[in-house]
Design a binder for this molecule. Sequence first.
Ligand code: NAP
Length: 270
Amino acid sequence: MDLGIAGKWALVCGASKGLGFGCAQALVREGVNVVINARNADALQRAAVKLTTAGADTAGAQPVVLAVAADITTPEGRAAVLAVPGGPGRDFDIVVTNAGGPPTGDFRDWDRDAWIKAVDANMLTPIELIKATVDGMAARGFGRIVNITSSAVKAPIDILGLSNGARSGLTGFVAGAARSKLAAQGVTLNNLLPGKFDTDRLATTLGAAATKTGKSLDDVRGAQQAQIPAGRFGTPEEFGAICAFLCSVHAGYITGQNLLADGGAYPGVF
Ligand SMILES: NC(=O)c1ccc[n+]([C@@H]2O[C@H](COP(=O)([O-])OP(=O)(O)OC[C@H]3O[C@@H](n4cnc5c(N)ncnc54)[C@H](OP(=O)(O)O)[C@@H]3O)[C@@H](O)[C@H]2O)c1
């Protein structure tokens, strides 16, 4: 299926690896020009090279890949991605928001600073990026916002309280903004909720669980995969493909949704 977005410009945050990279790769394969972002400049540059190679396989013009090493949770970082030389300025057609998730822990230990940091990263940063780009999208009659959130929005996990809280705030905001007049102007806003995907972040979580329980990493991986109806973790490639579809011309009637990709792990009907 031709997604109909070749030649458009996308900003993909947190894209040097993991789910963000999967999204950038899927978009580049569709001929989309991308500005990718992460903090570590070397890792980001390596990702840009891989994406340029992936773009060489597209049928049309070779997509442009620009890299901006910056902390997206800061005003300076956001200003840098929105003003990268050779990029579209604020005229992005597609924005995929993403940043690292907050740390796990016991809510009794989190002070105001911990909460502000989580809310900044996982709620206010996406909102600022949406604010900076949607009116231009609306003026041009096409726009796609995809926020990478978490299955924890639908099924909160006790030790992920910072994530549950901050991401729920974003979810509520998006539900309202998506149903504003942007919906009639060709701009969709959706959240993509990962369950367990095989990325470095998951590897860190599994490593911590192995250390805590004294079990081997393989045992912990096996036990967690066995709890997922699909019997496995997801891959960044399949996450990216879902994201690219949501960004496509075919997904213009999907807005304000929270799309769960979790191999069937969430047990509810809705
Ligand atoms: N993987 C899963 O199973 C899963 C499940 C539920 C939710 N999630 C959520 O999905 C998001 C992506 O997870 P992932 O598994 O892809 O993580 P990952 O493999 O650790 O990759 C995170 C990416 O984001 C970048 N990043 C982190 N903080 C950033 C910041 N402040 N500014 C700019 N870039 C930043 C990282 O690069 P630098 O460190 O160099 O900045 C890296 O490129 C996270 O919010 C995570 O909590 C993941």
